[in-house]
Ligand binder design. Structure first.
Ligand SMILES: Cc1cc2nc3c(=O)[nH]c(=O)nc-3n(C[C@H](O)[C@H](O)[C@H](O)COP(=O)(O)O)c2cc1C
Length: 190
């Protein structure tokens, strides 16, 4: 490849297009986030970076809990809506037809329509410049039973997940094969 210099930019891809739910079962809130990821294996840790101006920011900061809900191709319009409308002005759960669903160990609701939800408890808040990064323990996971195969393994590739690349939504492509790293590792080592 003949590479050219490019400006320093946020060019990691693909990124997840997740719905981060927070609040309470009676007053749930949700925002779309692409600045989210895994940062540690044991204990399982994740993060989401949220601008302090967001309505959800104050809720997560105060409750120190949130749920990361994975999204699907079929949910693209709702994901986009939750990324442009604010919970300050509208009940996004009602607008999108989302059902709040309890998740173990966390007081805020997951979204029943999402195939996988990660219940997260905040351990650290890192103030960067535009965003604050909420580092969190993944304390529980709930997954749609149709994703579990005959060997009791979770097959995420069945979920038709939505991702974010270069400012646009994409569906994941073809599953190629299991990584050798995954095949070699002991069951609880990542
Ligand atoms: C694809 C996509 C990804 C986004 N990622 C983030 C993010 O990682 N962090 C963030 O603070 N806002 C992100 N946003 C913007 C928020 O979702 C948006 O401002 C939302 O309306 C905030 O809702 P709230 O005010 O109810 O919290 C994203 C928007 C879209 C469409």
């Amino acid at each position: 490849m003949s590479k050219i210099p490019w400006k320093a930019d946020l060019l990691l891809a693909p990124l997840p297009a997740v719905l981060v739910s927070c609040g309470t079962p009676d007053a749930p809130c949700v925002l779309t986030a692409a600045w989210a990821g895994i940062v540690n294996s044991q204990p399982p840790k994740t993060y989401v970076s949220i601008r302090p101006q967001r309505h959800s920011y104050a809720i997560v900061r105060q409750s120190r809990e949130f749920v990361i809900n994975l999204t699907t191709r079929a949910m693209m319009r709702q994901v986009d809506l939750c990324g442009v409308r604010s919970g300050r002005d509208v009940d996004k759960f009602a607008l999108c037809g989302f059902t709040p669903q309890a998740i173990a160990g966390i007081g805020c609701p997951a979204i029943a329509q999402c195939p996988v939800s990660l219940g997260c408890r905040v351990t650290d808040i890192l103030s960067l410049e535009s965003h604050d990064m909420f580092l969190a323990d993944i304390v529980s996971v709930s997954a749609d039973e149709s994703l579990v195969d005959a060997n009791n393994r979770l097959q995420l590739s069945r979920a038709d997940l939505l991702v974010y690349v270069g400012g646009a939504y994409h569906a994941l492509g073809e599953r190629l094969e299991s990584s050798h790293y995954t095949a070699q590792k002991k069951p609880d080592h990542k």
